[in-house]
Ligand binder design. Structure first.
Ligand SMILES: [Fe+2]
Ligand SMILES: [Fe+2]
Length: 305
C-alpha cells in the first residue's frame, strides 16, 4: 500500500480489530524497512518492496524488540542481505529467543508460570533470532538520497527500548508501538508510566512543531497531526486510569495487598484479561508509586500511606 511518494506499508490483521503495519521508506540511493511484522508477513513485505520498485533495501529497523515487530527479521536478512538495526539495549531480545521469552512472558513466574502453549504462541510469531548489526539512539540521520532523510527519536515507555522516525521530505512520523492500543481487552503494557508520559509529551511537542502530514503506527490506521493528538490523549488517559484504579483498590483494601490481587483487580475493573503484559505494567506503576511516596511497600505487599 502506497502512503506517499516515499513511504509504503504492508498490512496484516493480528485479530478482527487489530491491524499490524510495517513500512518501507524508499530513497534513490537505497531504501529501508521499518519493522518486520510477524513471521507470516514476510511475503507481504516482499510484495511491498516490489510494489515500490525499491531495489537496494539496505537496512531493516526494528522500532522495538516485540515479536510482532521483529518476526520476519531472519527471512528479510537472508533475502536482501540487509543490516538489522534496533534500539540500543534491545539486542539480546532479538538475538536470543529463550531470553526473549523469559523477559517478555515470565516477569513474575510465581504468579504466571511458564506455559509451553504461551511459549509456542509467542516464539511462533518470529522466524528465529537474528544478529543486530546496528544499535540505534536518538538523533541519528539516515540519508536515503539528497531529499529523503530519516531522523531517529527515542521513545521509551511502552518498552524500555523503542525508536521512531521522522521522514522530513514528506513530513511523515513513523512509529511502532510508541502509541499503544489504549482500548481493547488486553493491556499492551508499558514498563514505566513516567517514561511513557514523557514520551507522550515529547510526541505532542514534535507534533506542535512539525504538524505532521501523516502519522503511521503499527496498530492504528494511518492518520494525521490531529489524529496523533487524539491518540496521545487516549494513551495519557489510560496511564492515569491505571494509576487511579490501583489507588482505589489500595484505599478500599482492608489490609496490604500483594502484586497478584492488585493486578487481578486492575484487570477486572478495567475490563482486561489476565496476561503477562498487564502484570509487568501494574508492577511498573506500583514501583514508581512507591518511589514517589504515594504507596508504601511492606515486604511483598502494598498499601496507601
Ligand atoms: Fe510492542
Ligand atoms: Fe506491536
Amino acid at each position: 500500500m502506497k502512503i506517499n511518494d516515499k513511504v509504503f506499508a504492508a498490512k496484516t490483521m493480528l485479530s478482527d480489530t487489530t491491524p499490524l503495519h510495517t513500512f518501507l521508506v524508499k530513497g534513490k540511493d537505497f531504501s529501508v524497512l521499518i519493522d518486520s511484522g510477524v513471521a507470516s508477513m514476510f511475503g507481504d513485505i516482499v510484495d511491498v518492496v516490489e510494489e515500490a520498485r525499491s531495489t537496494d533495501v539496505r537496512i531493516l529497523f526494528n522500532t522495538h524488540p516485540h515479536a510482532d515487530h521483529i518476526g520476519s527479521n531472519r527471512q528479510l536478512k537472508e533475502k536482501y542481505g540487509l543490516l538489522v538495526a534496533a534500539p540500543a539495549g534491545s539486542e539480546r531480545w532479538i538475538e536470543d529467543m529463550e531470553y526473549h521469552y523469559e523477559q517478555f512472558c515470565l516477569p513474575f513466574p510465581n504468579i504466571l508460570p511458564h506455559s509451553e502453549e504461551t511459549k509456542r504462541d509467542i516464539l511462533g510469531l518470529m522466524d528465529g533470532g537474528s544478529k543486530v548489526d546496528l544499535s540505534i539512539t536518538e538523533g541519528m540521520t539516515i540519508k536515503l538520497d539528497n531529499d529523503t532523510q530519516l531522523t531517529t527519536l527515542a521513545l521509551s515507555g511502552h518498552m524500555m527500548y523503542e525508536i521512531g522516525f521522522i521522514e522530513h521530505s514528506t513530513n511523515t512520523l513513523i512509529l511502532g508501538d510508541a502509541i499503544t492500543l489504549y482500548e481493547g481487552d488486553l493491556f499492551p503494557g508499558h514498563y514505566s508510566p513516567k517514561q511513557y508520559h514523557a514520551t507522550v509529551k515529547k510526541l505532542a511537542e514534535w507534533n506542535r512543531q512539525y504538524q505532521f502530514k501523516q502519522v503511521l503506527t503499527a496498530h492504528f490506521d494511518p492518520t494525521d497531526s490531529a489524529g496523533l493528538n487524539k491518540h496521545l490523549l487516549g494513551v495519557h488517559h489510560m496511564i492515569d486510569q491505571v494509576d487511579w484504579t490501583i489507588h482505589q483498590i489500595l484505599m478500599e483494601a482492608a489490609c496490604p495487598l500483594s502484586l497478584e490481587p492488585i493486578w487481578r483487580a486492575v484487570c477486572d475493573r478495567m475490563g482486561r484479561i489476565y496476561e503477562f503484559r498487564g502484570l509487568a505494567m501494574v508492577h511498573g506503576h506500583l514501583t514508581e508509586a512507591v518511589q514517589d511516596g504515594k504507596v508504601l511497600q511492606v515486604g511483598d505487599s502494598y498499601t496507601v500511606r
